[in-house]
Design a protein around this ligand. Structure first.
Ligand SMILES: [Mn+2]
Length: 359
């Protein structure tokens, strides 16, 4: 078995023992990949003290054998959930599971199929918790995914001008990300011009970029399953004083948050550092989301860098830092980078200039 998988299974079993359960049922795709290597879009993993079973259907027989050779393969005919439940029904075990990975409907089916003798223990975040601290090979992959995101950002910024459609720029982003060897986008890229840039999660539209307006570009690449995430904001034309001031505030807030990242600092402290700067500019009420989030197999993971979060950062965590200012009717500014928490501080994984570009 791959050494990293062996280590992860060892850790997950130790965590499992602490909850007093005999087995862990994993259905979230990221957790499933993390513990088995399987990338098929239908599968459930059962981790027991001395073995691992992968339940999937006939479409994935070859793929599962290839990607997860250490797991005992169980090909289910009919609904996967019923197959898993029936397999478990013969035992009196206590099985841990993550409620957030099950729909209410599937959960009912699973419980019914598993019968009354089996005990269930809700244990959300057991694998997600392990995933927060990345191994060096995972960091290298995110760094590489970050490099692709930076290259695409730079190229697409070069295409921003009055008259170009948001959707055309978004299409360029998706195309270029794949041409650079990534398997896809971490999320549907955001390209938002003018007043639409004030919508933090705007979807690209057929609107054309105008003169004298802000444009927010937010994109990410998925490389070997790992995500990157970067945002830059540019101005088409010469930015008025008010916009320059907003930009400077966001830039300073982002730097303040980045600079305080180190092992042992609370996630909420990083968020507070960004908010303090924006408050000094009188812009805190226009910062309508949290400062950042963990990044890895999923685009949004633990830890959340948000108000009041007491979770302490640890070396090996990868987080985004992305404060923003959004003024309804006028526009928005966000600057986002991916950062690794190191033993002594932090390392920037998305190296791309962030001074205001006037195009
Ligand atoms: Mn982000």
């Amino acid at each position: 078995m791959r050494a990293d998988l062996q280590e992860r299974l060892k850790q997950v079993r130790a965590a499992l023992a602490r909850t007093g359960s005999d087995a862990l049922l994993v259905s979230g795709p990221a957790d499933l990949f993390y513990l088995s290597g399987f990338t098929g879009d239908s599968g459930v993993l059962l981790v027991e003290s001395s073995r691992v079973a992968l339940f999937t259907d006939g479409r994935f027989t070859v793929q599962a054998r290839d990607e997860a050779p250490h797991a005992k393969l169980r090909i289910v005919r009919g609904p996967l959930t019923i197959g898993v439940g029936q397999y478990l029904s013969s035992s009196r075990r206590c099985v841990a599971y993550a409620p957030s990975q099950w729909s209410v409907a599937s959960w009912k089916v699973l419980r019914r199929a598993a019968g009354a003798r089996l005990r269930w223990r809700a244990a959300d975040g057991l694998v997600a918790g392990l995933r927060t601290v990345k191994a060096p090979v995972e960091v290298d992959t995110i760094r590489e995914a970050g490099g692709i995101a930076c290259e695409v950002m730079e190229e697409v910024i070069g295409m921003v001008r009055a008259g170009v459609m948001e959707l055309d720029l978004a299409a360029e982003i998706g195309y270029r990300i794949r041409r650079k060897g990534a398997s896809g986008e971490s999320f549907e890229a955001i390209v938002a011009g003018g007043p639409r840039s004030a919508l933090p999660h705007a979807r690209p539209t057929s609107r054309r970029i105008g003169k004298n307006e802000l444009v927010v570009l937010d994109l990410g690449a998925i490389l070997r399953r790992y995500c990157s995430d970067i945002t830059r904001t540019v101005f088409v034309g010469r930015a008025p004083t008010r916009i320059r001031r907003w930009y400077q505030a966001v830039q300073e807030a982002q730097a303040a948050a980045r600079e305080c990242i180190r092992p042992g600092i609370a996630a909420g402290e990083v968020d507070a550092a960004a908010r303090r700067v924006l408050d000094r500019y009188g812009l805190a009420r226009h910062f309508v989301h949290s400062t950042g989030h963990g990044l890895g197999l999923e685009i949004h993971e633990e830890p959340r860098l948000a108000r009041g979060q007491e979770r302490l950062l640890e070396a090996g965590m990868v987080v985004t830092i992305e404060p923003g200012v959004y003024v309804e009717g006028t526009g928005g500014i966000r600057i986002e980078d991916d950062i690794l928490v190191t033993a002594n501080g932090s390392e920037l994984l998305t190296r791309l200039g962030r001074d205001l570009l006037e195009l």
